[in-house]
Design a protein around this ligand. Structure first.
Ligand SMILES: Cc1cc2nc3c(=O)[nH]c(=O)nc-3n(C[C@H](O)[C@H](O)[C@H](O)COP(=O)(O)OP(=O)(O)OC[C@H]3O[C@@H](n4cnc5c(N)ncnc54)[C@H](O)[C@@H]3O)c2cc1C
Length: 407
């Protein structure tokens, strides 16, 4: 990671684009805009915490999958996989940029009842049609491929081993920022605390920083993650995005598994994945799951002992002997309404752009989102993948587009 030294004051009083939030979405938007040959404007990224310590981006599981129920999410991840696995080429064959791959251990969704098995079956059809390689396995087939699971209660499993697994998001994030800065994008350590809108309420004219300056803006991008609603409320807009606490644990197994562990989604919702060298990363949340305070990252101290570990040890008996080596809490920017992203301009405040509400699957969507916002700002329309289904107007018109596969 780059050192967290950056100016807190903007060099200029006005920018063509101001991006609020500099984690993976802000970085993606800045990179794709600054690398679009048809865009010649100035870009300011305002980030309140340049260590990114509590951002979703830094508290993530860092995986990509093709198993969604909405075809558009599959196409978004397919582009994400292409970008990741051709990173250096996509970033101008810059020799400093690492070559990345996806550790394709797949996601294994386990169903313990016919109703959920039917959901997996229906989703597989959607996924195959969209070009994914999802396979359905019965309990015997699961046991044969992964003898470490206990499958007595399992009706069906769903797994895809193509472009599905872990990837190094930190490397992409880091290189997006480096190359953007080299192209003149300005990052400052500051916080947007207010915005001024014109008298008709159709345009944001300026953002106000916590240090007091007003910065005039041509376009504003809300890339503020779990704080997206707070940012939108500065221009009087409501969006159904809440911070929800999600806990992670890394543990060592006394007797490591003899093959890669897929990112296994137990019917209980607890999930666990391969983490390399005999370590594994588990995740889950409390049964009581209200909107969190923006600054609340305390652990639920009972959750591991009383819920997560017993579930893991039941599903994978080798996980009875394990030792937790680290744990943390992060926030999903949870779209409580339909679990999908909100992308593009507001319907009335036309220069206020959303890139929000990723509900736990935003990291893999960052390449497609950055490209999309760059196209909208540069051309006023999508040029590659059409993300209109994720437009804000579905909220205004009460047309939810439900993504069923969230973790
Ligand atoms: C536990 C966990 C596991 C996850 N696992 C996965 C996964 O496996 N795969 C996947 O694809 N996704 C995953 N996600 C989701 C993914 O991490 C997020 O969707 C993605 O990181 C969102 O990036 P972001 O830039 O929108 O938000 P964030 O990373 O939260 O960044 C928002 C930034 O905005 C800044 N900010 C906020 N308000 C202001 C303001 N007013 N002024 C200035 N700066 C501001 C914040 O400081 C922050 O740095 C996971 C998330 C969590 C929490």
């Amino acid at each position: 990671m780059q050192a967290a030294t950056q100016n807190s004051q903007p060099q200029y009083r006005a920018y063509d684009v101001v991006i609020i939030g500099g984690a993976i979405m802000g970085a993606a938007c800045a990179w794709f805009l600054s690398h679009n040959e048809d865009f010649n404007g100035s870009i300011l990224v305002v980030e309140k915490d340049p260590t990114y310590q509590f951002s979703s981006t830094m508290t993530t599981t860092s995986c990509i999958r093709q198993q969604f129920s909405e075809p558009l999410n599959i196409h978004i991840s397919q582009y994400g996989a292409d970008f990741i696995t051709n990173l250096r080429a996509r970033m101008g064959n810059d020799k400093r940029v690492p070559e990345l791959s996806i550790h394709n251990f797949g996601y294994m969704y386990l169903a313990d009842n016919e109703a959920f098995a039917n959901v997996l079956r229906a989703n597989q059809q959607v996924q195959l049609q969209a070009g994914a390689s999802t396979q359905l396995l019965n309990a015997d087939q699961i046991k044969q491929a992964y003898p470490f699971y206990k499958v007595d209660d399992i009706v069906l499993g769903s797994i895809n081993l193509v472009d599905e697994g872990y990837w190094d998001a930190t490397a992409v994030f880091d290189w997006w920022r480096r190359q953007s800065k080299e192209r003149g994008v300005e990052y400052i350590s500051n916080e947007v605390v207010a915005m001024k809108v014109n008298v008709n309420g159709t345009r944001v004219e300026s953002v106000t920083l916590s240090s007091g300056q007003e910065v005039a803006c041509g376009q504003v991008v809300n890339a503020s993650g779990p704080r997206a609603s707070a940012t939108a409320s500065m221009v009087g807009i409501d969006i159904p995005v809440e911070p929800r606490k999600r806990y992670s644990w890394v543990f060592e197994a006394q007797k490591p598994l003899d093959r890669d562990l897929p990112l296994t989604v137990d019917p209980s919702g607890v999930h666990v994945r391969e983490n390399g060298n005999g370590t594994y990363q588990a995740g889950g949340h409390s049964a009581f799951d209200p909107a969190a305070d923006y600054d609340d990252f305390t652990m639920d101290l009972d959750l591991w002992e009383q819920h997560i570990w017993p579930v893991l040890a039941n599903r994978i008996p080798q996980f009875e002997a394990i030792k937790v080596t680290s744990e943390w809490a992060g926030h999903y920017a949870y779209n409580i309404w339909d679990h999908n992203a909100i992308v593009g301009p507001h319907t009335q405040v036309e220069n206020f752009f959303f890139v929000n509400g990723f509900s736990g699957h935003g990291l893999q969507q960052a390449p497609a989102m950055g490209r999309a916002i760059a196209e909208l700002i540069t051309y006023g329309q999508y040029r590659s993948l059409d993300l209109s289904l994720f437009a804000y107007d579905r909220i205004a018109q009460s047309r939810p587009l439900l993504e069923q596969v969230i973790i």
